[in-house]
Ligand binder design. Structure first.
Ligand SMILES: [Zn+2]
Length: 317
């Protein structure tokens, strides 16, 4: 199977591969690791592999693999800043529904520590007697953030952040607009996410991303006008999308209660004060998608229109 797109952590990947080969994927998996270690990427890869109906999962050919968003894979995002017991009860009910086009119905719970003990106990009930065709993939910083009873019923994979060499290789392969020298210096001692932030900042995108992020809170028309300058340059489109991702992600961290060095007037603080963590998560996703879209051959005007519309939609309601 291919876990392509995942950096480092060869031992963890080998363990997952052997579980997949022998069809012994557990009902519950916890991926622990620091921010930037690739927890979410790995969670999605495992979900794809578990849902795949072909041989050599993920086969890339079955209807589940080909669906851009499989109806059988759900990602549970926090309401406000917590994953509630009602959300988990919903998951529990859905877990008994037979998957429509996949081998398994998979529930990804990123930042599982956002479940309070009540919610975790609700999850525990389904982990104790898991439906045959259901799988749960949780991510967290440390398993000690979760109830011991939940951890003991799950397979735990601990991720370490990629080495500098692995990070350099990954960024050069996925962000060809940067050259090796600048990537090497940006990768010193940080995660891939940090390095991308540094690279974008070095190219002058961060200041612009801060300005545009403030306009996101105001008006789609103004946003569209302000983004016009990015119409003709695809490398710059990727730069601004990556930089806006960094800003939104900082805002999300503040919203989730992480310490920040940004002062009160900083746009990140304003984003955190004005938006729910769900909205901020959506904004992060929108920026990530825009970064990928910038490499597709879609035309600058269309790119900007789609990006602005998606940003504005994410802050509404
Ligand atoms: Zn498949």
């Amino acid at each position: 199977m291919s876990l392509s797109g995942f950096v480092g952590n060869g031992e963890v990947l080998a363990r997952i591969n052997s579980m997949l080969k022998s069809d012994r994927l557990p009902h519950a998996v916890i991926i622990e690791g620091a921010e930037g270690s690739g927890r979410r990427t790995l969670a999605k890869l495992i979900a794809r592999a578990a849902a795949c109906t072909g041989d050599n999962a993920p086969c890339g050919k079955c209807s589940s693999c080909l669906a851009s968003q499989s109806p059988d894979v759900s990602i549970i995002t926090p309401e406000k800043s917590a994953i509630t017991v009602d959300q988990i009860r919903g998951v529990r009910n859905d877990a008994y529904i037979v998957p429509t086009q996949s081998k398994k119905r998979v529930f990804i719970i990123p930042d599982a520590q956002l479940m309070n003990p009540q919610a975790q106990n609700a999850l525990l009930k389904v982990l104790e007697e898991p439906p045959q065709a259901a799988m749960f993939v949780l991510t967290c910083n440390y398993t000690r953030q979760l109830l011991g009873t939940v951890v003991s019923r799950s397979a735990v994979f601990s991720l370490t952040a990629p080495t500098t060499e692995e990070a350099v290789e990954y960024i050069l392969a996925n962000h060809p607009q940067y050259d090796e020298g600048e990537v090497r210096s940006a990768c010193r001692g940080g995660t891939i996410g940090d390095a991308l932030g540094v690279l974008a900042g070095a190219r002058g995108y961060i200041a612009d991303a801060e300005r545009l992020s403030a306009i996101v809170l105001q008006s789609e028309i103004e946003l569209h006008k302000a983004m016009k300058v990015y119409e003709r340059d695809r490398a710059a489109q990727k730069g601004i999308a990556d930089a806006m991702f960094t800003v939104m992600h900082d805002g999300l961290n503040i919203r989730c209660g992480f310490q920040s060095n940004f002062d009160k007037a900083d746009v990140r603080q304003r984003l955190a004060a004005r938006l729910t963590s769900e909205q901020l998560l959506k904004l992060c996703d929108v920026c990530r998608r825009a970064s990928a879209d910038s490499e597709a051959n879609m035309g600058g005007n269309l790119f900007i229109t789609c990006f602005c519309a998606a940003l504005s939609a994410a802050v509404q309601n």
